[in-house]
Design a protein around this ligand. Structure first.
Ligand SMILES: Cc1cc2nc3c(=O)[nH]c(=O)nc-3n(C[C@H](O)[C@H](O)[C@H](O)COP(=O)(O)OP(=O)(O)OC[C@H]3O[C@@H](n4cnc5c(N)ncnc54)[C@H](O)[C@@H]3O)c2cc1C
Length: 414
């Protein structure tokens, strides 16, 4: 009788957990080992910068499943264990406890980590990043005091969410951003200005087209005292949140000779050039058939869909991972969903439906008359239609798009 196969997943986050679940759902009866360096079972990160920072949810409630859930499915969850080496010839993964795991198929789902900057002072007490449950717990404890002077460096999704949470408690908040508008690389300047107005309206001091020059300590205690910006502003600070983007954790793949390019390079079935090694989630730079190029997507839905797709691919099924990039965010009273791609240069027109000041509206990005991306704000249920419209690739009538009485579904070709 042939020996049962063994599939190993490195990285016990969203993508890894979903892949393990899918292997079982698809009827795989061999062993499934899910290896994660963090101390507990996999959890969702999106609540960390929202409900957890706002004190509305206990961090433990972000766990995807109890440990028993994994046992019930015969998934071996190896927490507190890092994969330290990958030997592709021997089909083995070296672990931090000195042991080696044999695999038939391996999934790299190692995620990303907050980008660091080399600016002086980032090692001072009071300088934080936000990635893990522990980060969120620590930040919540400080922000909830409500009397902190907080400087957020980086006006991306996580920086803006942290700024919103910090303001909710009444802290004094400044955001320092290199570009002229928030989320510039993702949404371009037009929608970025909407985010800038939103945060300014909530009392956030916005220092745009400025950068982090140094973080200075105070009183010789190794505590943060000031943030100095590139333009020379001196911002008093008790707390600094560094939110300057994520770096893929692709070191294991690179050391094993796999192709990396700011992420592990995979095809649309999430396969590396090694037929037994796959990658999914934040760490994967996958070929997206719709855009005809490789993309790395640091969003929750991509980790879940990608984890499931990678598992099927590991089992030899025909898989095309081609979901539209999609992200949700909550800032103040606004629940937002963004679909598609809208980086500067990818569109030639931006339109709005609804009333921005009333906090309920849609933003559309068009290229050559076709919808390439959309943001829905406090408009539940719009995303499915918007995604179909983006996918259809048909020219859309701008007047119909911006006319609130015209149902969006009517614009989708039948
Ligand atoms: C604070 C925060 C808020 C977010 N909010 C949103 C949101 O509102 N909407 C949205 O769409 N997305 C959001 N995201 C992004 C989303 O959470 C990520 O895209 C998603 O978690 C990626 O999942 P992943 O499994 O690829 O990586 P991860 O969740 O990072 O999991 C990877 C795991 O692998 C482990 N690991 C790494 N290397 C090794 C190794 N060598 N050995 C063992 N284990 C290893 C890591 O420690 C980690 O636990 C947010 C992210 C953060 C940090």
């Amino acid at each position: 009788m042939p020996a049962l196969e063994s599939h190993v997943i490195v990285g016990a986050g969203a993508a890894g957990a979903k892949a393990a679940e899918t292997l079982r759902e698809e009827g795989f009866t061999g062993s499934v080992l899910l290896v994660g360096e963090e101390p507990g079972p996999p959890y969702a990160r999106p609540p960390l910068s929202k409900e957890v920072l706002l004190g509305r949810a206990d961090p433990e409630s972000a766990r995807l499943h109890e440990e028993s859930w994994y046992r019930d499915r015969d998934i071996t969850l190896m927490i507190d264990t890092a994969a330290t080496a990958l030997d592709r010839r021997e089909h083995r993964v070296g672990l931090s406890d000195g042991s080696r795991l044999r695999y038939d198929r391996l999934l790299l789902a190692t995620g990303s980590s907050p980008r660091r900057t080399r600016v002086p002072g980032t090692g001072l007490a009071g300088v934080h990043t936000l990635r893990t449950i522990d980060d969120a717990r620590a930040l919540h404890g400080l922000l909830s005091r409500g009397d902190r002077r907080v400087v957020v460096v980086g006006a991306g999704w996580i920086g803006l969410e942290a700024a919103a949470a910090a303001r909710r408690y009444g802290n004094r908040v400044a955001v320092v951003e290199a570009e002229a508008t928030p989320l510039y690389g993702t949404l371009g300047p037009e929608a970025g200005r909407i985010f800038a107005d939103l945060h300014r309206g909530k009392g956030v001091e916005c220092l745009f087209e400025d950068g982090l020059f140094a973080i200075r300590g105070e009183g010789g205690e190794g505590e943060v005292g000031h943030v100095v910006t590139s333009r020379g502003a001196e911002l008093p600070a008790d707390l600094v949140v560094l939110a300057v983007g994520g770096a893929p954790r692709d070191g294991l793949a690179r050391a094993a000779g796999l192709r990396t390019d700011d992420g592990v390079v995979v095809d649309s079935a999430l396969r590396t050039e090694d037929p037994d090694v796959f990658a999914a989630g934040d760490v994967a730079r996958f070929y997206h058939p719709l855009y005809r190029r490789h993309l790395r997507v640091e969003h929750w839905a991509n980790a879940i869909d990608g984890g499931a797709a990678a598992a099927r691919s590991m089992l030899g099924r025909d898989v095309v991972h081609d979901r539209l990039p999609y992200r949700f965010t909550h800032q103040y009273e606004q629940a937002m969903e963004f679909s598609g791609r809208a980086e500067p240069g990818s569109y030639d027109r931006v339109l709005v439906r609804g009333d921005i000041s009333a906090g309920s509206y849609l933003v559309f990005w068009l290229s050559a008359g076709r919808l390439t991306a959309a943001l829905s704000v406090n408009t539940p249920g719009a995303t499915g239609t918007l995604q179909s419209l983006i996918r259809s690739g048909v020219p859309v009538d701008p007047d119909a798009l911006t006319e609130p009485r015209r149902p969006l579904a009517q614009l989708i070709p039948s």
